[in-house]
Design a protein around this ligand. Structure first.
Ligand code: SF4
Length: 112
């Protein structure tokens, strides 16, 4: 687990990703073990890999997949006691003419 964390931190630290053949050297880890860890991280959706040529050799550029923050504070979706109307809505959607959405937006504008 310690190796996996180190590898993930290395990948995350590179804005433009890191080549797989640099990764195992920088992590000071066996190439095959590094490859297994990278496979696992890719399956878990933590990283993606794109094939790339480096000095005539085929390797992969590995990048961390940024996760969008989920809304943790549901109060942000509330206006008075009205939850954001689009959440879970299955009505025929015409936002410009939607009464629930209009009421929610007016409530939002009237909040202090
Ligand atoms: S705009 Fe209105 S109809 Fe469209 S998803 Fe939101 S609440 Fe539903």
């Amino acid at each position: 687990m310690e190796d996996e964390e180190r590898i993930l931190e290395l990948i995350m630290s590179r804005e433009h990703g890191i080549l797989q053949n640099e990764l195992w050297r920088e992590a000071k880890i066996d190439r095959r073990k590094c490859s297994r860890i990278v496979d696992r991280l890719e399956k878990d959706g933590e990283i993606n890999r794109e094939q790339e040529l480096n000095k005539g050799l085929r390797t992969y550029r590995i990048k961390y997949i940024e996760r969008k923050e989920t809304v943790k504070d549901f109060k942000l979706l509330m206006v008075d006691d009205m939850f954001a109307p689009c959440t879970g809505c299955n009505l025929e959607c015409t936002p410009a003419q939607c009464v629930p959405l209009s009421e929610w937006i007016f409530g939002l504008l009237n909040e202090e």
